[in-house]
Write a protein that binds this ligand. Structure first.
Ligand code: F6P
Length: 541
């Protein structure tokens, strides 16, 4: 069957099973084992990752159709093409080689690998020199690192630095991304310019937010008495020549190839702030985790392949069942930036309206991804997830062991809450159960009936859970690579180029044209009425 026939078969299957109870599927022995997959033993470390997708309405027929769809869409061939460095980013004519940065693509072109390895070695040497105080600022060893970047040059290292807080034994690390001056002002307050190392991270070195913030921070260094501000600057970019214009010497410019997409770049120089924070050894463990996931992705049959299963579950919920959003709910405070990181990874990669060949997509593109850590979200938006009229597939993340062993009783509560939520979503509470509850509280008659209706949970709401042993650098590497490959598989099945981002251009162009119109008296007659009204209100305040 071709892909369109398989999509049609999936739609028909969904129509046939849409109203059945997920809970009833557990009557079949072994459901949880069949509809879960694990990476039991990786690089000498046991019990690493378990992906449970049994609390969904997927059954053997649905899963088989989805796997056939992935095969028919050529996922395996496209995956192999990516790893060997073929130009699969077709609109930009580029290879996609972020896996090479973590040693996950041994057959990528040798010169590209050699260059990435040499840069990694330079990063390690630089990080060791900074951490040991051998490379210092005007006022002595660096106490603080400020990374200036946005999007992929910010979200990955910022997310990972927070996630690996227990391994953070280097200088304090801060991230400035927003062009709102408040971000720079709040971040710099209290820092000593003479002991602050500034990383300007921008793949293109043209991004207006980053360049504006970089100029502001350079002025702050000078105002703070640093006579030679370039001596405290580092550039991370694929545009080395532009970095040189800032007076930054070549030994402090860390370059990377065009084949490393911004949102996939945490594994290389964009991860420098993370490496400075946690040290080269922990950074290496993060890379090794990513490479372990690469091996799994390449070697495991689709039926047991974690990124593939995560992607197929996503396609089932979004494109087949029609659930437009997905909540990512890490029961892990230190993964609180993961949803924001995934928003860029997934929505910038797969939020496309045309297929690779330029034709309109015949179905919806990737889902809206959003979320907050548990248990905080439970006291905010879970009301809608449980009792709202729309179904929102949930993705829970939870560790077997917390990062704070002295607070194990907190972790038990965290785990219990996580499991309780997926169970509640699936089981729900019937009207009869709600009536019994109200009767037990002494209500009767119309009041009992009225109150009971508010206590009904429709249930039958799907969720998946990713359980990991502990959030170590290695496991974080596996999780991030898992999501990268999930996005790859979803994009490949949808026929999308997941590696360009033309949808961010129009707003950027209009912003450049709009800025002069904020000047008093500027001629805005070419603009629409709404924009003119807003300009009049915002201008010159
Ligand atoms: O505008 C979107 C984007 O191009 C992202 O893809 C990228 O991660 C971000 O901007 C930052 O780009 P750069 O690293 O070139 O400054």
């Amino acid at each position: 069957m071709d892909t369109e026939s398989l999509w049609a078969a999936l739609a028909a299957h969904h129509d046939a099973v849409r109203d059945r109870s997920i809970l009833s599927l557990f009557a079949e022995p072994g459901r949880a084992d069949t509809f879960s997959a694990s990476l039991a033993y990786v690089d000498g470390q046991p019990g690493q990752l378990l992906f449970d997708f049994s609390k969904t309405n997927l059954d053997a027929t649905g899963l088989e159709l989805l796997v056939r769809l992935a095969r028919a869409a050529g996922v395996e061939a496209r995956r192999d093409a990516m790893f060997r460095g073929a130009p699969i980013n077709e609109t930009e004519g580029r290879a996609v080689l972020h896996t090479m940065l973590r040693g996950g693509a041994p057959e990528a072109p040798a010169p590209a690998r050699a260059e990435a390895e040499a840069t990694l070695a330079r990063m390690r040497a630089f990080a060791q020199a900074v951490r040991a105080g051998r490379f210092a600022g005007a006022g002595g060893a660096f106490a603080d690192i400020v990374n200036i970047g946005i999007g992929g040059s910010d979200l990955g290292p910022a997310m990972a630095t927070l996630a690996l807080a227990p391994w953070h034994d280097g200088p304090r690390t801060h991230y400035i991304s927003n062009v709102d001056g408040a971000h720079a002002a709040d971040t710099l307050r209290g820092l000593d310019p003479a002991r602050t190392l500034v990383i300007i991270a921008s793949k293109t070195f043209t991004t207006i937010e980053t360049m504006t913030n970089a100029a502001t921070v350079r002025d702050w260094l000078v105002a703070g008495g640093v006579a030679d501000p370039a001596a405290q600057l580092v550039a991370v970019s694929s545009a080395g020549a532009r970095a040189a214009e800032w007076g930054i010497p070549a030994e402090r410019v860390f370059g990377f190839a065009d084949s490393i997409g911004g949102r996939y770049s945490v594994w290389g120089p964009v991860g420098l702030a993370l490496m400075l924070a946690v040290g080269p050894e922990s950074f290496d463990a993060f890379l090794a985790g990513g490479a372990a996931m690469d091996r799994h992705f390449r070697q495991t049959p689709l039926e047991r392949n974690l990124p593939v299963l995560l992607a197929l579950t996503g396609l089932w919920h979004n494109q087949v069942c029609g659930h437009a959003t997905r909540a990512v709910l890490p029961y892990d405070q230190r993964l609180s930036r993961l949803p924001a990181y995934l928003q860029q990874l997934e929505m910038e990669s797969n939020g496309k309206r045309v297929a690779m060949d330029g034709r309109d997509l015949p179905r919806h593109s990737g889902p809206v991804v959003w979320g907050e850590p548990g248990t905080n979200g439970q006291h905010a938006f879970y009301q809608l997830i449980h009792q709202g009229t729309r179904v929102i597939p949930c993705e829970f993340l939870i560790a077997a062991q917390g990062q704070e062993p002295a607070l194990a009783h907190h972790h038990r509560l965290l785990v219990a809450n996580c499991l309780a939520q997926s169970e509640a979503l699936m089981r729900g509470r019937s009207l009869d159960q709600a009536r019994a509850l109200m009767a037990a509280r002494g209500l009767e008659g119309d009041e009992l009936e009225r109150q009971a209706r508010h206590r009904v949970f429709p249930g039958n709401r799907p969720s998946v859970t990713l359980a990991y042993r502990q959030l170590t650098p290695h496991v974080l590497g596996m999780i991030v690579a898992l999501y990268e490959h999930r996005v790859f598989v979803e994009g490949a099945v949808l026929g999308i180029n997941s590696f360009d981002q033309w949808g961010v251009e129009l707003g950027k162009e209009l912003a450049v044209a709009l800025e002069p119109l904020l000047a008093p008296g500027a001629d805005d007659s070419g603009k629409d009425g709404s924009t003119r009204l807003l300009l009049a209100h915002l201008r010159g305040a």
